[in-house]
Write a protein that binds this ligand. Structure first.
Ligand code: ATP
Ligand code: MG
Length: 551
């Protein structure tokens, strides 16, 4: 496995730090909050954190930032662990922020003793009002000048459950007129009478992210704390917490641009809403940009890592074309996936001059780009299926597929010629009668005449029924452009899933969940791990074969 990161400014910083002897060893962390499943944006952060640590023989912690019990759940803890492993990474340590609650509490007490934190009785709305704006300074809370003794006593009462949710908060005492709003006495502890997945009912006060996160990093000896750009303005607070709490280790925070993708929402809150409101069939629905959704769709860890390396890491905001992600899965599967033929919308063809009851087995390469993959055997007999769209009764010019009187090549088999069209009472084409020419067998070097069209097909007698699921983007960007204020739920594509019942080659009886194939003309498909049973095969379209995207 490639195990390295692309060149980026963070890697350069780390290199300089190591050369300057600032650290013996670098430590990074990936710090998800277990309030949802990981998405492709998290993959960027995972590849970065684990990648740079690997490059410099450092270590990476997987740390659950579980400081908000209302939204967190062990289901998410487990899925996150699984997804990180699936992406190909092993953490050096597994930590939970909640394991540090005692230390964090003691650090808050230290701040109170130093006169750097106070218990405030203002409610959330009042705190917002007092905070001021970007252009106006804030106002001091009337409770700001409580004595350390009083604050210690109140904070202990908060901890002991003597107050209701929201009745009091603990705030850092920094500067209500700071030009950086984050420094205007941020709340660092709040009351929440909520059971925690890890600490049970031990705590009814929980630290806020801005206070907890720097402490978590410092406790673990993280050297480079990598986060997304929205946290840039919080860096002074991050440094303040570490300094004032007298942490031994002093991690540095570095920010990079978060990943955004076209036709994709990338926030756990929104993704959860799609799940809860049943727009999709769970977090691992193949249309979801979650790691588990991408996995079920058929994306590979190799493709996702290659994509993350290619997009790189920078200080800029931007949106990446989701076709680029598709490009990397095509690249990865091109030489790995066996080729096969499948019919998505079948039309029956009877080859009238082929002997009844007879079957011959034809040789077909498994992947012409990788001859070592060998050949497979495909049956051919009197009845086959082709795609409905490969026949037209009255074709336009330059239509080289099947039409009355025309001859085409059947991939890996013979030339056939359309002699007769059978219709039902409503005039729908239900069957074609064709003849074949035994001289034209594939692989025998026939050069007698040429045909312009090559069709894929499956033998009707031996074909295995299969369900094909084709996908379109779940979220439509165009809608957003047309109507500025459409919510993302109004942009959900009602046609993001199309289901077809078709047929595949008989050797497909043996497939396992997550086997991947390139179906001739249709694209790459993954055997769906949830819907496939011994009796019913389901293929998820990973990507179509062609894209207009060039990198
Ligand atoms: P979301 O907004 O989707 O809920 P989050 O940032 O709240 O994401 P966390 O669980 O806190 O989710 O994220 C864990 C790590 O993943 C953080 O370090 C965060 O910066 C990073 N991360 C989250 N989303 C992205 C993204 N789109 N691109 C890059 N990194 C991301
Ligand atoms: Mg979050």
């Amino acid at each position: 496995m490639e195990h390295n990161s692309s060149n980026n400014f963070i890697k350069n910083i780390i290199k300089e730090d190591l050369e300057a002897g600032k650290h013996d060893k670098i430590v990074t962390r990936f710090p998800p909050e277990p309030n949802g499943y990981l998405h492709i944006g998290h993959a960027k952060s995972i590849v970065l954190n684990f990648g740079v640590a690997d490059d410099f023989n450092g270590q990476t912690n997987l740390r659950f930032d579980d400081t908000n019990p209302l939204k967190e759940d062990v289901e998410y803890v487990n899925s996150i662990k699984e997804d990180v492993k699936w992406l190909g990474y092993e953490w050096d340590n597994l930590f939970f922020a909640s394991d540090y609650f005692d230390t964090m509490y003691n650090k808050a007490v230290l701040l109170i003793k130093k006169g750097l934190a106070y218990v405030d009785d203002l409610n959330a709305d009042e705190i917002r009002e007092y905070r001021g704006t970007l252009t106006e300074p804030g106002k001091n809370s009337p409770y700001r000048d409580r004595t350390s003794e009083e604050n210690l006593e109140l904070f202990e009462k908060m901890r002991n459950g003597e107050f209701a949710n929201g009745e009091k908060v603990l705030r850092a005492k920094i500067d209500m007129s700071s030009p950086n709003i984050n420094l205007r006495d941020p709340v660092i502890y709040r009351i929440s009478h909520t059971e925690h997945h890890n600490t049970g009912d031990k705590w009814c006060i929980y630290p806020m992210y801005a206070f907890a996160h720097p402490l978590e990093d410092a406790i673990e000896g993280v050297t480079h704390s990598l986060c997304t750009l929205e946290f840039e303005d919080q860096r002074p607070l991050y440094d303040w917490v570490i300094e004032k709490c007298e942490m031994e280790s002093t991690p540095r925070q570095y920010e990079f641009g978060r990943l955004n993708l076209t036709n994709t929402v990338m926030s756990k809150r929104k993704l959860k809403q799609l799940v809860d409101e049943k727009f999709v069939d769970g977090w691992d629905d193949p249309r979801m940009p979650t790691i588990s959704g991408l996995k079920r769709r058929g994306y590979t860890p190799e493709a996702i890592r290659a994509f993350c390396h290619e997009i790189g890491v920078s200080k800029a905001y931007g949106t990446v074309d989701s076709q680029m992600l598709e490009h990397f899965v095509r690249e990865d599967l091109k030489l790995k996936a066996p080729r096969t033929m499948g019919i998505i919308k079948p039309l029956k063809v009877v080859i009238t001059n082929y002997p009844e009851g007879e079957t011959e087995w034809l040789d077909a390469e498994i992947n012409p780009e990788v001859p070592e993959m060998g050949t497979r055997q495909i049956p051919f007999s009197r009845e086959i299926y082709i795609e409905q769209e490969d026949f037209m009764e009255n074709p336009p010019k330059k239509y080289f597929r099947l039409f009355p009187g025309n001859e085409v090549r059947l991939k890996h088999a013979y030339f056939i010629k359309c002699e007769e069209v059978i219709k039902d009472d409503e005039g729908n084409v239900i069957e074609l009668r064709c003849t074949y020419d035994p001289e034209t067998k594939s692989g025998t070097g026939f050069t007698g005449r040429k045909v312009k069209g090559t069709l894929h097909w499956v033998d009707a007698t031996h074909a295995v029924p299969a369900e094909f699921r084709n996908y379109q983007p779940l979220i439509l960007d165009e809608e957003a452009e047309e109507e500025e204020d459409k919510t993302f739920l109004e942009r959900v594509n009602p046609n993001s899933l199309e289901i077809f019942n078709g047929f595949v080659e008989p050797n497909m009886k043996e497939v396992k969940a997550h086997d991947k194939f390139q179906f001739f003309r249709h694209g790459y498909y993954n055997v769906d791990p949830k819907l496939t049973t011994n009796e019913h095969l389901v293929f998820n379209q990973i990507v179509s074969l062609k894209s207009s995207f060039k990198i």
